[in-house]
Write a protein that binds this ligand. Structure first.
Ligand code: NAD
Ligand code: UDP
Length: 324
């Protein structure tokens, strides 16, 4: 297959490019590197099946050659990233999604949208099934991301209903693994960076809020399966093993054998209290379920963070932290 991956220079997108190339697909990665890193796909430079196009998907763009599938991942994803880029986040969810959908339709290609568990907002139904409509504050600080993704889901659905586009929606829950930026502000990358450098782990609120963390290899396997299917979705993809943020801090301290303490900081506005996917749809309709435990996933991720702390990469790790 010829697969176009928007956001292919990011954390998830670069792993998706790897997985598609590994099975023999040809991959065109489109990324403006606004939150991604060129080094995520550096190892693919010169690969005969891989092409990288530096472009903003909010501007009309076309691609050379055939396209059988479009995986639309381009979007800021971590809270500090979308707080810093509010208008760009809304633009890529709306104009960027429309451009990617238009391209898929013109090539009669399968289109897979990387939506998010954030469409459930601060959920009052727990755990979250796909038929839950969510609890989103449309003018809160997270709305630029949540509403952009909700609009992207509505737009994708309208393309399917009005034009018969082969659209599939994935709702991705918190995912972690190698290639997360140490200063992206997400909880796993932040805790690992802090634990490895002996700084206190910053727990927001009292740490009783929960998330369900999925290892990147599991998640990417699910995206590939969705690309290969004709399912419209939405389909939740995530690991239903739910942890409090406090438990996660403890797990990271154990995995890194860190002596770091913890520091309690104010809980951000509208921070969801609980989040856990029901994945029966993914299990029954895609035959997908996560296989990597959080202990194993954290070991892999910590190993990767440690490998980047070699003297040659120390400068890259010491980026400016971003606070919200
Ligand atoms: P990321 O920031 O690492 O990757 C996003 C990529 O999109 C980056 O490489 C960025 O440069 C690129 N991008 C952003 N705006 C663009 C634009 N206008 N044109 C071209 N490229 C653009 O984030 P990620 O964690 O890899 O997330 C990838 C996708 O998965 C996002 O759509 C995100 O909303 C979704 N998602 C991720 C998670 C998660 O836990 N990682 C959870 C739910 C949903
Ligand atoms: N969090 C935290 N300390 C940090 C970063 C995040 O306690 O240094 C919390 C955050 O408030 C949220 C959870 O960890 O409750 C997950 O945050 P993340 O930004 O990774 O994902 P999201 O909130 O988008 O699910």
């Amino acid at each position: 297959m010829h697969v176009l991956v928007t956001g292919g220079g990011g954390f998830l997108g670069s792993h998706l490019c790897d997985a598609l190339l590994a099975r023999g697909d040809r991959v065109l990665c489109v990324d403006d590197f606004s939150t991604g890193e060129p080094e995520n796909t550096e190892h693919l430079r010169g690969h005969p099946g891989f092409t990288l196009l530096r472009a903003d998907v909010c501007a009309a763009f076309d691609v050379p050659g055939p396209v059988d599938a479009v995986a639309h991942l381009a979007s800021p994803a971590s809270p500090p990233d979308y707080h810093r880029r509010p208008l760009e986040t809304l633009a890529v969810g709306s104009r960027g999604t429309e451009n990617a959908l238009g391209l898929a339709v013109s090539h009669r290609a399968r289109f897979v949208l990387a939506s998010t568990s954030e469409v459930y907002g601060d959920p009052v139904v727990h755990p979250q099934r796909e038929d839950y409509w969510g609890n989103v504050n449309p003018v809160g600080p997270r709305s630029v991301y949540d509403e952009a993704k909700r609009f992207a889901e509505a737009l994708s659905t309208a393309y399917r209903r009005s034009m018969g586009a082969n659209v599939g929606i994935l709702r991705i829950f918190n995912t972690y693994g190698p290639r997360m930026r140490p200063h992206d502000g997400r909880v796993v990358s932040t805790f690992i960076r802090q634990a490895l450098s002996g700084e206190p782990l910053t727990i927001y609120g009292d740490g009783s809020q929960t998330r369900s963390f999925c290892y990147v290899d599991d998640l990417v396997r699910g995206i590939v399966t969705m690309i290969d299917s004709d399912l419209p979705g939405p389909v939740n993809l995530g690991n239903p093993s739910e942890r409090t943020v406090r438990e996660l801090a403890e797990l990271v301290r154990e995995t890194t054998r860190s002596t770091s303490g913890v520091e309690f900081l104010p809980l951000p506005v509208d921070d969801p209290a609980r989040r856990c996917p029901v994945i029966t749809r993914a299990q029954h309709e895609l035959g997908w379920f996560p296989q990597v435990s959080i202990e194993e996933g954290l070991r892999q991720t910590v190993g990767w963070f440690m490998s980047r702390r070699s003297p040659s990469s120390a400068g890259r790790i010491a980026q400016e932290p971003v606070r919200i």
